[in-house]
Design a protein. Structure first.
Length: 164
């Protein structure tokens, strides 16, 4: 197995394990819909379920098809990541970033399969304004996407055609 696939798999596994372990802890330590202040007025740990996607998109209990939509989207994303990594011969940071994205996507997929919803637990807020709750998988996706975008942005033009 080539180094790029080891990086992809290793970072994906790391993100997936950290995500699932953190969710296991949250579900064991915090009752559902409860909140534990971490930094008063800024950060709480919560235990909520999100049937939707980012920012609560499609987070409704009256529709069931969103599970199948997000399942298909995750599978397409994983396939696209593998195809991108196949062409990322000399870009180890691209493989790492895409591994984090893949691990985060798979972490949320595990929740969707187990609970038909994603466990979110980080609640950032100021006053009455709340950022939508998120989890380690969401952090891995955002960090991995940021790393991947930075690598692609900094890549010389002739290599961009090969990586796309």
């Amino acid at each position: 197995m080539s180094r790029r696939y080891r990086l992809l798999g290793g970072y994906a596994l790391l993100a997936l394990l950290l995500d699932q372990l953190s969710k296991f802890w949250v579900m064991a330590a915090i009752p559902e819909h409860a909140s534990i202040p971490v930094i008063s007025g800024l950060l709480d740990l919560v235990n909520i379920r999100n049937r939707g996607a980012a920012f609560g998109f499609l987070n409704r209990s009256d529709i069931a098809w969103q599970f199948w939509l997000f399942l298909a989207a995750t599978l397409v994303a994983v396939a696209a990541i593998v195809m991108l990594v196949r062409s990322a011969h000399s870009q180890p940071w691209l493989c790492r970033g895409l591994g984090l994205v893949m691990g985060g996507a798979l972490g949320n997929l595990v929740d969707r399969i187990r609970f038909r919803a994603v466990v979110d637990f980080v609640d950032v807020y100021v006053g009455t304004w709340h950022w939508p709750a998120f989890n380690v998988a969401d952090m891995a996706i955002c960090i991995g996407a940021g790393i991947s975008c930075l690598v692609l942005w900094r890549m010389p033009s002739e290599n961009k055609r090969d990586a796309a």
